[in-house]
Design a protein around this ligand. Sequence first.
Ligand SMILES: Cc1cc2nc3c(=O)[nH]c(=O)nc-3n(C[C@H](O)[C@H](O)[C@H](O)COP(=O)(O)OP(=O)(O)OC[C@H]3O[C@@H](n4cnc5c(N)ncnc54)[C@H](O)[C@@H]3O)c2cc1C
Length: 614
Amino acid sequence: MQFHLNGFQPGDPEILDPAARLPAAPADASFPDIRTCIVEQKPDRLLIGQADGIACRTMEMFHAHGFAERVAREACWINETTFWKPDEKKPGQIARSGRVQDVEDGLSEFPHVVINQARVHDFFLDIMRKSASRMEPFYSRRVQDLQVEPAAGPGEHAVTVRLERIDDAHRGEVETVRARYVVGCDGARSVVRKAIGRELSGDSANHAWGVMDVLAVTDFPDIRYKSLIQSASDGSIIVIPREGGYLVRLYVELTKLDVGERVAGRNITPDDLIAKARRILNPHTLDVKEIAWWSVYEIGQRICDKFDDVGEAEVATRLPSVFIAGDACHTHSPKAGQGMNVSMQDTFNLGWKLAAVLKKRCAPRLLHTYSAERQAIAKELIDFDREWASILASAKGDGADPAKTQDYFVRHGRYTAGTATRYRPSVLTGEAAHQHLAKGFAIGTRFHSAPVIRLSDAMPVHLGHTVKADGRFRIFAFADAGNPAAPGSAIRALCDFLEGSAESPVRRYTPAGEDIDAVIDVRAIFQQGHRDLAIGAMPPLLLPRKGRHGLHDYEKMFCPDLKSGQDIFDMRGIDRARGCMVVVRPDQYVAHVLPLDAYAELAAYFDGFMVQTN
Ligand SMILES: Cc1cc2nc3c(=O)[nH]c(=O)nc-3n(C[C@H](O)[C@H](O)[C@H](O)COP(=O)(O)OP(=O)(O)OC[C@H]3O[C@@H](n4cnc5c(N)ncnc54)[C@H](O)[C@@H]3O)c2cc1C
């Protein structure tokens, strides 16, 4: 973590100074100059319940926000998953049929963990509170409706939102907010979605699910493993061990509902869930001592055709100003554990784009890419969820094939870990013409981190952890095998171009007076060991002077971790003879792979969506 750039400041470096508005660490500064208003109908923060699975990819995103370590410490780690099926000799009882490693080796440096959604909210609230804007949600306010002024031009406050206050002291009062952009993260019954005329469509056959977080005594041996259990005639349950070592979540698959039927009409009670869980777990016992939270909810696999307020036919002529994210635009079963994960990835995708447009760094048409990218991902999730649900269902009763279930689970591990997301070529995602230069950084997928050694201080770090949620693009320049300090080296030539040429995206898109890495952050990775290179001989762009004192930033250069045998060039298939550039988006996705001397292609990529500020 870097701080003290603009002067020594005592105290907790994570708490940014609202008065100075000069972030000690730009990486954590969020966007204090953008006024954001979060409204929530609940009277206060979430305390218990709802989703709990945190995929590896989500942990990577949490690291970019600065709280992955806290989650890892507090959460329950899912290391292995077990599978149970009807006992062949006694079909009325279950028997373990398999056990697999939950996440394949090397898929991510972070584990798959489980923690209450309420704690995830707490971590986000905490970083909001520590940010320079000291942001807090406005509780007890319900969105009634919103209207978009069609004639408003770009940059105008085109959206008017009416909020009903629902706390006792202000009940009935209506507040009006005028906004340039509105994001509806208001769940499956989204008012924002309805206001922009979008509908969730998909399966009408809803599934009812019972979920309960319990403290229980049981002789089921895998109660501290994620376990998928299929009984002969009572359906299935999923056991999810929870944080703290004692709590466990049981997902109990209930019944299919009739068209239009609500699960509330079935009057299902916690005792019904416990009774069903006991029948499925037979011959094992389940003595529930306390129910911390329970819910019964219906899930249809549904999706909106578009995640903003611009129809497909108007994309060329209108800009979006209202967006929907999460359950507001896609719903699916909890079987794949994706609801919260995919929803947060939606807003991670959208957040930096909104900030870039509001800060006039990127052209507003960039906002069209949110719906285009995330709708395709949500559609894949729905298809996966449907297939997974049918495999679980077909494994019930006669003809059940639990081996198929286990095989499918293993084959789709990357998907459930959240690392299979791949954005298609677009203005933001390059074509794969030079992919062979870095086979392990697939264009359109998330930047797969690997260990490296920082040149300035021999610190072992993860290269991907330099990508913070700060809205900046990164260019990782992987050097060829030659001496990077030599006058004619490809790295030096690239740095000279980026620092000095009028065509350079770094020069073109960095506002006057801001640090050289304020918009595009250039870092280099050399093939030599860190003791074989002299930091002072490297191009000045890699040792930039920053902040009001013009201090050197020493954290731009890295070497392979040769001592541990983890050479990033081998791990990620980098062409050692030629090296390459890997361009990474602010949301950690690989935007492009280019040769080190592809200056024109690099400039053309950024020219496609950025706005010149100089
Ligand atoms: C009861 C319940 C149980 C769930 N259990 C599981 C589970 O066990 N496993 C799983 O994977 N997923 C579960 N989910 C789904 C999972 O929680 C979601 O996929 C995930 O939370 C999506 O986040 P979201 O922000 O899009 O929606 P939500 O988490 O639903 O959040 C929407 C928020 O908007 C607020 N809101 C709604 N309307 C308005 C309005 N008009 N004005 C102001 N605020 C409004 C709501 O109060 C809520 O806080 C559950 C959802 C619910 C509702």
